[in-house]
Write a protein that binds this ligand. Structure first.
Ligand code: ADP
Length: 356
């Protein structure tokens, strides 16, 4: 039974691989929520944990700690049997190499039908669903071709059909356009987008491909096994456009041309339940932020700035020096006082070090 919550909820998700005596923490408290019907891309440098996340969501790997809930099912708590059932019935996988989903000596139609036969789908339903799927991926006309007669892009679209054979609620794709040219990648993305709309299918796609990230609802960036930032694509609602035009008409201006671009992007950093966030690497670099920072609550938000050295010793000592000079300078204020304080600092430091 479908749950009312989000399709995916990962909360503080941890995955540790044990290799002999070594532990590799592939996911270190990752948070992500994916709504039903969302089309999401996951990006991040190599080794950041993208495949681990996909394998975990697909029930191929077991999480070590935290929460990974898909359609109300807590993947941490499922028995091995239940996890296998989940993997077979709830998720579909598309890999970088379409061959992982395909049997070379079967026709395109047979490839798509095979998982349905294994799952025991009644014949009439199987035939109808195969027809519908092959139409959806644009390959019905080529249903009798075998794999070697198809291009790389056509094989990948067949693989998408195979992944959907068991009517999964979630489609996971790991670098599905990684090995194809631009035009083919676009055709594959169009197929995903169409399936997402047609079946309200939730799709999570891992990619390095910048061409892909402009075509999804949301891009989640992972760094060091944690979600670091999000980029949300907003398409201005048709209704809003109509209202703009109507307003113009009411003002007697005639309809202004609708904006050339009605898609906007919003960038966010992800703040987890413990208040942790990852700041963009280029911001850190340009500010020289490392190790320690100062935060200040301001009217507009939280200001993060490089920590003054203990670093801020000169300023602190200067303040102490000023205080020590006390009476003499009591009437002085502002800059001149500070300058005097600093002078005091340097004149006082020497004797201090000599005392040592
Ligand atoms: P990405 O997909 O972003 O390249 P991965 O999820 O493949 O990242 O890997 C994340 C980290 O986990 C890496 O340090 C990788 O070496 C390690 N890792 C992934 N799978 C395994 C595994 N089966 N056994 C041991 N370590 C693994």
């Amino acid at each position: 039974m479908a749950s009312n919550g989000p399709m995916i909820l990962c909360d503080n998700l941890v995955k540790i691989y044990k290799v002999q005596d070594l532990e590799v923490v592939a996911l270190q408290g990752l948070d992500v929520v994916v709504e039903k019907g969302e089309f999401l891309a996951v990006i991040g440098p190599s080794g950041s944990g993208k495949s681990t996340l996909m394998n975990t969501l697909g029930g191929l790997d077991r999480p070590s700690a935290g929460k990974a809930i898909v359609d109300g099912q807590d993947l941490l708590k499922l028995s091995s049997y239940a996890l296998t059932r989940y993997r077979r019935s709830k998720v579909g996988f598309v890999w970088q190499q379409p061959s992982r989903n395909l049997i070379p000596y079967l026709s395109l139609q047979e490839n798509v039908e095979l998982p349905m036969i294994i799952a025991g789908m009644p014949r009439s339903e199987r035939k109808a669903w195969t027809r519908e799927l092959l139409d959806a991926v644009g390959l019905w006309d080529r249903r009798n071709h075998s794999m070697h007669q198809l291009s790389g892009g056509e094989q990948q679209r067949t693989a998408i059909g195979v992944a959907l054979a068991n009517k999964p609620i979630l489609l996971l794709a790991d670098e599905p356009t990684g090995e194809v040219d631009t035009a083919t990648a676009q055709r594959i993305m169009d197929t995903f987008r169409d399936l997402n709309k047609r079946y309200d299918l939730t799709i999570v796609i891992v990619t390095h491909d910048p061409r892909v990230s402009d075509q999804v609802d949301r891009v989640v960036a992972i760094r060091d096994g944690r979600t670091s930032s999000e980029r949300v694509r907003r398409v201005r609602e048709q209704q809003a456009l109509v209202e703009v035009v109507e307003e113009d008409l009411a003002l007697g201006q005639g309809a202004s041309a609708p904006p050339a671009e009605d898609v906007t992007y919003h960038e966010y950093v992800v703040v987890d339940n413990a208040g942790r966030l990852q700041l963009p690497a280029d911001y850190l670099e340009s500010l020289g932020l490392a190790g320690r920072a100062e935060v200040e609550l301001t009217e507009h938000g939280i200001l993060v700035k490089p920590a003054k050295a203990l670093d801020d010793a000169p300023a602190q000592v200067a303040r102490r020096a000023r205080e020590a000079e006390g009476a003499d300078d009591a009437e002085s204020s502002g800059r001149s006082g500070a300058v005097r304080g600093l002078r005091g600092l340097f004149s006082r430091r020497k004797p201090e070090s000599e005392e040592e």
